[in-house]
Design a protein. Structure first.
Length: 254
């Protein structure tokens, strides 16, 4: 255990990992709470397979599609890695929507988790943009015309639309600069943003804890039992209390 003790003494990472893995969670958590972990797992699969594909992919209009064919048919298990990355992108997006739906239906976006909800929305938008930039990389007819449609839709936005379209194209038409720009966004900028947002998202989950389902008996206020009424008011209503500095005792104020 000396290496772990050495690392813990100088960084505290071992204690942090232990706190992350063995923290307290509500006893009535269920499978719906695993959607966030499933989404994180899908992202990690995309990260690993993307790095492997980047070792063989050539971001050049004349070589992009042939490099994809080379990965699929010539590289050992290349068809598997490419298939995992291609279909894993759809799985990642679907899981993000499912996780977001669970958070909304369980009311886990309310106080004190509003900031984490906002970060989750940013993660969803960033993940969709990651999928858009990756769609062009095979540079076949489907990828080309789908990107033309996507850029034209962005170009119709008020005020910033033409600027966004020109920024994404890298010029007046889709060409080599567009492919290089999409590749850099897909491999560098957007994954970095996703990693930063995910780190902050997980930190807030650890700090604020996991919310119980809305039907949980352990949820806040569910175990509160109303006192029997002694003054004729219906049970459960809040009774007025004395102001600060005053006490009611036997009907006399002191």
């Amino acid at each position: 255990m000396y290496p772990l003790d050495w690392l813990e003494e100088r960084s505290g990472l071992v204690g942090g990992v232990r706190y992350f893995l063995f923290r307290k969670v509500p006893g009535d958590t269920n499978w719906f709470h695993t959607l966030g972990s499933a989404t994180l797992t899908a992202f990690l699969v995309q990260l690993v397979t993307g790095v492997i594909l980047a070792m063989y992919y050539k971001p050049d209009p004349n070589s992009a599609h042939s490099s994809i064919d080379h990965i699929t048919h010539d590289v050992t298990l290349g068809w598997l890695v490419r298939g995992m990355h291609k279909w894993g992108a759809s799985v990642f997006i679907i899981l993000m929507f499912m996780h977001m739906g669970r958070v909304f239906l369980f009311g886990a976006y309310k106080y004190p988790r509003e900031l984490n909800w906002i970060i989750g929305v940013l993660l969803l938008a960033t993940g969709l943009f990651e999928g858009l930039t990756g769609y062009l990389l095979p540079f076949d007819q489907t990828a080309y015309w789908a990107t033309v449609v996507a850029i034209n839709i962005n170009g119709t936005a008020p005020f910033l639309g033409p600027f966004l379209a020109s920024l994404l194209r890298g010029g007046a038409e889709i060409g080599p600069d567009t492919l290089a720009r999409f590749y850099s966004l897909h491999m560098l900028l957007i994954p970095g943003a996703l990693l930063g947002l995910i780190t902050l998202h997980l930190y807030l989950v650890i700090r604020l804890g996991v919310s119980s389902p809305p039907w949980s008996k352990e949820a806040a206020g569910a175990d509160w039992i109303a006192e029997p009424s002694t003054d004729g008011r219906p049970a459960g209503l809040t009774r007025p209390s004395a102001r600060s500095g005053w006490q009611r005792n036997g009907g006399d104020e002191q």
